[in-house]
Design a protein around this ligand. Structure first.
Ligand SMILES: Nc1ncnc2c1ncn2[C@@H]1O[C@H](COP(=O)(O)OP(=O)(O)OP(=O)(O)O)[C@@H](O)[C@H]1O
Ligand SMILES: [Mg+2]
Length: 624
């Protein structure tokens, strides 16, 4: 269906791929992986005809139609959700306008044959693209994606990233493509929405080419992995875990071959060196030189450079960094916090956790002074500097600036060398620093936004999803940096690994209030489950357990596991039924039913997550 042969693509200062060949058949589900800046998004754009190849060929079957969700969704417009969805069909709008203008002319010239002919042609065209039904179809799809009827007419830019993405997706699905190209669709989704997306994709029958750095998500959604690595594309069948296994095997194999070859090269060079001057060996020396020249050199396995970021340390500030006193916060009728009291002290590294919509980002914004509390007082210790990395931090970058100038313009006392070495620790090396920000990949922009933020020291750093877009290597580096940072930090992250490595406190946001835990995310989970166990009087006996008791507990847990699995299966069936109903044409006219189905769907999805988490915990804690 789509085939690429010997493709070469390079930008000034950057070779993306060389000799890349690839075949994507109908219905194939492929995860596209690779480091930030390896060319994943560019490859999608090339197939879509939005970018060109420097050499090589690309063949796309005439029957192929591709729906494309870009990595960075254009910032919102004031258009309504339904208008934004229909914008996927600009032709409809254009035809509607033409029909309207011909009709206006006909009002004063009703017998004009030319106009009447023109109108009939326009009507035909409109019918051919199903113009009369398109709005109805759009509403059904939007409903299926979780929008309620009253939201159809709300402005697009009043929705969060995850909902904007769903709206964009509705426009794509409206076109009924047979291949979906998705570029990091989970970046702006919360856990619920990720589960929703997984369910959606599991039912998607067409082809799929999807970029993601999310291992679990890939495992559930694709059965092939296309890896961009060292200027090549390698296709592996199987899911992401399987790909990692194969990679490890391949790495060991390449390492061996590389070491053998290096030894051969050294031995040969030694021989040449030793006998170069000897006439009697001239022939052998010549043949060895030829042998060396002919050798197809094996590249070493990617050895991750040991880079590290040093976050500028602040002057040691006061013990009390910030205090919230009787803070309340509400948006209209929606009360997010009532009577919030909290003291954050020097050196605390706090992870904010809780359901989506519970108010984590709002708390961070109040601490950052971006959002005012409705009532109450937030007071900072003397000379406390605050840095805030928001979810849309990339927007703080000037797209027409170079990478180098982005940093030099705010680090007046830094030498060129210091700036270059600082940028190098964020993986921006050599000539690349002269590139304009606008050409950077999603992950590179995120990394640069972080680099910009960390130039000046701060006592309190506030991070809202800092690892979005970042590949595994970049995550590891910033994880170490924040772990070593001596100041105070509050962060929101879906990345459990990040939370566990970086934080030493956890604050749970729930029911308009907060609860503090004196440890990282794992500690918090442990305390939560203990509390749950105590609540259930599950293990109420505190004395050492006898074998019999242990046996009883295990039996109980095993029974619980069976129950959970049964419930999970029945939820899956119920969710499937609901989503079939939601896609049913008749439902669009019955909004009450539509809404009640959506509420049911939401509740089931929430229960589903809770059960899966409980199941994982039982398995992890008890090894059963
Ligand atoms: N017009 C351009 N000029 C110079 N370099 C460019 C241009 N466009 C893209 N690049 C570079 O090409 C590389 C590949 O970009 P691309 O967006 O395809 O990466 P990606 O693999 O999708 O990365 P990410 O995981 O961060 O999204 C990046 O290093 C980017 O800076
Ligand atoms: Mg990309």
């Amino acid at each position: 269906m789509i085939s690429i042969d010997s493709a070469l693509k390079e930008y000034p200062n950057k070779l993306l791929f060389n000799n890349l060949s690839l075949k994507l058949n109908e219905g194939m589900r492929v995860g596209l992986v690779g480091r930030n800046g390896s060319g994943k998004s560019t490859l999608l754009k090339i197939i879509l005809g939005l970018e060109s190849l420097d050499s090589g060929t690309i063949d796309i079957a005439k029957t192929a139609s591709i729906g494309y969700l870009p990595q960075e969704i254009i910032p919102g417009t004031k258009n309504s959700i339904i208008e934004e969805t229909l914008a996927a069909f600009p032709k409809i709008k254009a035809l509607e306008q033409q029909i309207q203008s011909v009709n206006i002319k006909l009002k004063t010239d009703s017998q004009n044959n030319n106009l009447l002919n023109h109108l009939s042609i326009l009507h035909n065209e409109f019918e051919q693209i199903d113009g009369w039904n398109i709005e109805k179809k759009a509403k059904v799809i939007l409903g299926g994606l979780g929008f309620s009827e009253d939201q159809f007419i709300k402005p697009f830019d009043s929705f969060s990233g995850g909902w904007r993405m769903r709206c964009y997706l509705a426009g794509i699905l409206l076109k009924e493509p047979n291949f979906l190209f998705l570029d990091e669709p989970t970046n702006h989704l919360d856990l619920n929405a990720i589960i929703w997306m997984e369910t959606f994709l599991s039912k998607w029958n067409g082809g799929l080419l999807m970029i993601s750095h999310d291992r679990n998500f890939l495992d559930k959604s694709v059965n092939n992995i296309l890896e961009l690595d060292r200027f090549r594309g390698n296709l592996y069948s199987g899911n992401y875990s399987n790909y990692i296994l194969k990679c490890e095997e391949k790495k060991i194999h390449i390492e061996k071959a590389y070491n053998n070859q290096q030894k051969l090269i050294k031995d040969t060079e030694k021989f040449i060196e030793r006998f170069r001057a000897k006439d009697s060996k001239a022939k052998q020396v010549q043949s060895r030189i030829k042998q060396l020249n002919k050798l197809k050199i094996i590249d070493p396995v990617n050895t991750n450079k040991r880079l590290s970021i040093n976050i500028s340390e602040p002057e040691r500030g006061p013990l009390k960094v910030v205090e919230l006193n009787n803070v309340t916060k509400s948006f209209g009728q929606n009360i997010v916090y009532s009577n919030l009291n909290l003291i954050i002290e020097r050196g605390q590294k706090i992870g904010l956790v809780g359901e989506n919509g519970a108010g984590k980002s709002t708390l961070l914004k109040m601490l950052a002074n971006v959002e005012d509390p409705s009532t109450g007082i937030i007071s900072f210790g003397a000379n406390i500097n605050v840095h805030y990395f928001g979810q849309h931090q990339v927007e703080s970058l000037n797209m027409n600036e170079t990478i180098f100038n982005t940093i030099s313009s705010i680090s007046s006392d830094w030498s060129q060398t210091k700036i270059r070495s600082y940028l190098g620790s964020f993986f921006f090396e050599k000539d690349m620093v002269e590139n304009k920000v606008k050409v950077l990949s999603g992950g590179e922009k995120s990394r640069l936004a972080l680099a910009k933020l960390l130039v000046k020291p701060a006592n309190l750093i506030l991070l809202d999803e800092p690892t979005n877009h970042l590949d595994i290597d970049s995550r590891n580096i910033i994880e170490i940096a924040f772990k070593n940072y001596l100041g105070t930090l509050v962060c929101i992250s879906h990345d459990r690994h990040f939370l566990n490595e970086v934080t030493n406190h956890t604050i749970e946001v729930q029911d308009c209030s907060i609860k503090a835990f004196l440890g990282n995310y794992d500690y918090y989970l442990e305390k939560k489950s203990q509390a749950q166990i105590n609540d259930n009087h599950f293990f109420s006996n505190k004395k050492l357990k006898t074998n019999k008791e242990t046996y009883q507990q295990i039996k109980h847990l095993k029974n619980r596991k069976v129950k959970i699995k049964n419930r999970v299966n029945s939820i899956e069936t119920e969710l499937e039924k609901i989503s079939n109903k939601l896609l049913n044409d008749n439902i669009s006219s019955n909004y009450e039913k539509l809404q009640s189905l959506q509420i049911k769907q939401n509740n089931l999805e929430l229960e589903y997550i809770e059960l899966i988490e409980e199941l994982e915990k039982i398995e992890l804690d008890n090894g059963i």
